[in-house]
Design a protein around this ligand. Structure first.
Ligand code: NBP
Length: 478
């Protein structure tokens, strides 16, 4: 098999492939330097280097399998065009870059017409995962999975004895699921950041002391890679100043776009991924220093508003932990909802339990918690909303008083906690017996004759607002 694109991800994935018994890996990169460097640095891998697409195709046994790991976008299209030129029907091209799923749908359709198989595959785990075992989310045809399955199983991370790879569904399904994975990752990181901020400002503890709190949390139900690395980051001192590193890092969060894709897609699908959206917007807010400077003088609560509301720091920290857990349940529930809606929209058969299992290892959101999601779908594969599963009902019931108290404290003290509060609002919205959406329907009918349905009769109705205000049966336009 072969790998095209030998930057950090491609070279590590190639080394991972080459380390498996019996594998010989052909490698190719647009510019020669990366290939030369990889060969020199890793002679033990026994790579076969190619310096043209023709050489690359000739080096592969048929049916050929090549994994593309280049910067997503035009580069991916350029490489696909070249591979289609030198490959033959029956060969398999896998795109392991972070492609937008709709691009993958388009590419799969175009490549399929040549008789070559095209598989869009989500890869998570960063450079270390690529080398030691990533979580892999391949889409594509059943036929290509027959060939790819054993290869991918051999290089994927292992969680509880199972390789972290499953055939997600046809064409763009793998990249869709990877996109949602990244969206959930945004929410998870934002929630952890809010928890840190609340503890720091609420209790006055230092970053190193808060690192101990996270390390402790990592031994319980919140155990996850992101909680683990949070403790590491908070414990780090800056060599130059001796201050906590987190205090010398500029507080403007970057983003590569997959969180925004998740939200844009969810808006199109009509799925409220509010926790993920708040996380994306919180990063944008942080990245506008000019607006933040202009708003710095806006009035807030009295200086000691936090201190006075936190009388028992240990109890407060436990409340934050519970609020974090509850908000995390909401974020994952929203993410899995988005996968369900995407599957319905694009005609994919996605096993949500299998998705939660392949995220247990290798990827950035790996967490003990994913076992609970797998259990929930094992008990009820057609669960309409994840947080209605018995385990989550119990966990949310246990957490909700603390969650409300933390959101109230944050608001009173003027500490921004957008993901905590929007998750709670989502939870309350979902469980409400009646929503003010009824009023919105009345308003829409008033100004636009958009009609409404009644709770006590079938059909669609309109009130003659500018006439005698009587009600008429109407065509459904809502
Ligand atoms: P980059 O995203 O930095 O891409 C660099 C590679 O793309 C180089 O090999 C470069 O070749 C090649 N390339 C470009 Br740029 N334009 C090309 C073109 N027109 N034709 C052929 N090759 C072209 O590399 P990366 O960080 O290793 O990521 C690779 C893929 O994996 C990306 O899609 C990324 O989103 C995805 N991914 C990354 C991570 C991560 O943690 N970094 C995790 C999961 C997925 P050159 O050497 O000739 O310039």
């Amino acid at each position: 098999m072969g790998v095209v694109g030998l930057a950090v991800m491609g070279s590590n994935l190639a080394r991972n492939l080459a380390s498996r018994e019996g594998n010989t890996v052909a490698v190719f990169n647009r510019s020669r330097e990366k290939t030369d460097h990889l060969l020199q640095a890793h002679p033990e891998a026994g790579f076969v280097a190619a310096f043209s697409y023709e050489e690359f195709a000739a080096a592969l046994t048929t049916p050929r399998t090549a994994i593309i790991m280049v910067k997503a976008g035009r580069g991916t299209d350029a490489v696909i065009d070249e591979l289609v030129r030198v490959f033959e029907p029956g060969d398999i091209i896998v795109d392991g870059g972070n492609a937008l799923f709709s691009d993958t749908i388009r590419r799969e359709k175009a490549v399929r017409e040549t008789g070559i198989n095209f598989v869009g595959m989500g890869v998570s785990g960063g450079e270390e995962g690529a080398l030691l075992g990533p979580s892999l989310m391949p889409g594509g045809s059943d036929e290509s999975w027959v060939t790819l399955g054993p290869i991918l199983r051999s290089i994927a991370a292992i969680a509880e004895g199972e390789p972290c790879v499953t055939h997600v569904g046809r064409d763009g399904a793998g990249h869709f699921v990877k996109m949602i994975h990244n969206g959930i990752e945004y929410a998870d990181m934002q929630l952890i950041a809010e928890a840190y901020d609340l503890i720091r400002r609420g209790t006055g503890k230092s970053p190193a002391e808060i690192a101990d709190v996270f390390a402790e949390w990592n031994r319980g139900e919140l155990e996850s890679y992101l909680i683990e690395i949070t403790a590491e980051v908070l414990r780090q001192s800056d060599a130059a100043t001796g201050r906590p590193l987190v205090d010398v890092i500029v507080d403007q969060a970057g983003a590569k776009g997959t969180g925004a894709w998740t939200v844009q897609t969810a808006l199109d699908l009509g799925v409220p991924v509010s926790g993920i959206a708040e996380a994306v917007f919180a990063r944008s807010l942080s990245s506008h220093p000019e607006q933040r400077a202009a708003a710095a003088g806006l009035p807030g609560p009295a200086e000691d508003a936090v201190g006075t509301s936190v009388t028992d720091p240990d109890a407060f920290i436990e409340q934050v932990r519970l609020a974090l857990y509850a908000s995390k349940i909401v974020a994952y529930s929203q993410g899995f909802d988005a996968i369900r809606a995407g599957a319905a929209q694009y005609g994919w058969q996605i096993d949500l339990g299998a998705v939660s299992r392949i995220w247990r290892g290798g990827c950035i959101i790996r967490a003990q918690f994913l076992n609970r999601i797998a259990d929930a779908y094992a008990d009820a594969a057609d669960l309409s909303v994840l947080l209605s599963a018995p385990y989550f009902v119990e966990a949310l019931g246990r957490a909700q008083d603390s969650w409300r108290s933390i959101v109230a404290t944050a608001a009173t003290a003027g500490i921004p906690a957008p993901a905590f509060s929007s998750s709670l609002a989502y939870y309350d919205g979902l469980r409400a017996p009646r929503l003010p959406a009824a009023l919105i329907q009345g308003q829409r009918d008033f100004f636009g004759a958009h009609t409404y349905r009644r709770i006590d009769q079938d059909g669609t109705f309109h009130t003659l607002w500018s006439g005698d205000r009587s009600e008429t049966a109407a065509e459904d336009t809502h």
